[in-house]
Write a protein that binds this ligand. Structure first.
Ligand code: HEC
Length: 139
């Protein structure tokens, strides 16, 4: 329960920062999605990105996640699927990169020797993606 409240309030906060970003016409979640996810999951999240032609497993459609979960976006599942840190044993190898690790590498390259919190860096970006994917859900 607590995690849902935390997730909901974080999404609300992200919504607020999104509003600020939009005032400057920057959609941070979209920038992140377009740069890292669209080539597999498709520009609108329909699972029709061009990279699928080279993969053994297709990238799934991300627009029906809420519909398939009684109308509620499965935030925790999404978060874990994106970071790739909670793999289910026996599900074979993943085709999707583990973005948690990728973001930690990106943070290390960006900050170098300056002090920073790698987990905050990962969390911010993954939550931006979750918020953007929420907007891609089929009504
Ligand atoms: C190289 C292609 C590729 C890229 C890039 C990619 N994905 Fe995936 N994604 C997949 C595949 C394939 C799966 C199915 C599980 C697997 O094989 O890893 C998947 C699964 C998922 C799932 C689980 C969906 C479900 O119904 O279980 C989510 C959520 C997801 N991806 C989000 C993202 C996000 C967000 C990004 C960008 C940060 C991204 N993906 C980038 C290929 C990709």
């Amino acid at each position: 329960m607590k995690i849902w409240i935390a997730a909901a309030s974080t999404l609300a906060l992200l919504g607020a920062s999104q509003a600020l970003a939009q005032a400057r016409k920057i959609d941070l979640g979209k920038v992140e999605y377009d740069g890292k996810c669209a080539h597999c999951h498709g520009p609108a999240g329909k699972g029709d990105g061009p990279t699928n032609a080279f993969m053994t497993r297709r990238a799934p459609d991300l627009t029906g996640l809420a519909k398939g979960n009684a109308g509620v976006l499965p935030v925790v599942m999404l978060y874990d699927a994106i970071t790739g840190e909670k793999q289910v044993a026996g599900h074979g190898t993943r085709e999707m990169p583990a973005w948690g690790t990728a973001y930690r590498v990106q943070a290390a390259e960006y900050y170098g020797d300056a002090p920073y919190d790698p987990e905050a860096f990962v969390r911010t970006r993954v939550l931006l993606l979750v918020e953007y994917i929420n907007r891609l859900q089929a009504k």
